[in-house]
Design a protein around this ligand. Structure first.
Ligand SMILES: C[S@@+](CC[C@H](N)C(=O)[O-])C[C@H]1O[C@@H](n2cnc3c(N)ncnc32)[C@H](O)[C@@H]1O
Length: 192
């Protein structure tokens, strides 16, 4: 993934986060206030670990963050549990059996970009759909799903699909996400 060395990159470095993506989650949480102390959070596509570290700080000692990725994390804390796995091959029931119900599922997953906008979009939706599939099975009623997607023709249909499981679905573009980037986030509130 291309490293953008802008204001957010240096800010993240200074504040001890391994990636500038921290500010996208932080902005979303400051707007919607969905992460709280004591919560159990599943973070899909968590490496190198900025979201995990931020969520781990917010949920605190009584909470827990289960962080899954193909690659390892550069962060650690007693309330973080890392799992090396491919989301496309996981069995959601396994999470439920091991950790019980989650209050929040995050997905910042992104495909390895090919340079073909349409292909990257389809792959992003495929990852987001896998995250949704996990979220609807592990979230407690009322739970939150916050997920990255690349813009493209299948996004309106995917948004509608999510609407069948959540009370409201909002599209969010953080200021810290570059304007030229096709990424957007879906904030899905109230698992029904
Ligand atoms: C933008 S990065 C996530 C950054 C992270 N949220 C942070 O704040 O440090 C996207 C991540 O998605 C992961 N990813 C992509 N496809 C995946 C898959 N099939 N299963 C698990 N993780 C995947 C990549 O390995 C990569 O670490």
């Amino acid at each position: 993934m291309k490293k953008v060395k802008d204001h957010y990159f240096y800010k993240a470095k200074k504040e001890g986060y391994p990636a500038r993506s921290i500010y996208k989650l932080k902005e979303a949480n400051e707007k919607y206030r969905f992460l709280r102390p004591g919560m159990v959070v599943l973070d899909l596509g968590a490496a190198p670990g900025s979201w995990t570290k931020y969520a781990s700080k917010v949920v605190g000692r009584q909470g827990r963050v289960i962080a899954l990725d193909l690659h390892g994390l550069k962060v650690n804390a007693p309330n973080i549990k890392y799992m090396k796995a491919d989301v496309l091959g996981v069995e959601p029931g396994e999470f439920y059996q091991r950790f019980g119900r989650f209050q929040v599922v995050l997905s910042d997953m992104a495909p390895r970009t090919s340079g073909r906008k349409d292909l990257d979009h389809y792959r992003s939706i495929e990852l987001a759909r896998s995250a949704l599939h996990i979220a609807i099975q592990v979230l407690e009623p009322g739970g939150i799903f916050f997920c990255k997607v690349f813009e493209g023709e299948d996004l309106p249909g995917f948004r509608k699909e999510i609407g069948a499981y959540f009370r409201s679905v909002r599209l969010f573009k953080p200021k810290s996400s570059r304007t030229e980037s096709v990424e957007k986030f879906l904030y899905c509130q109230g698992r029904e």
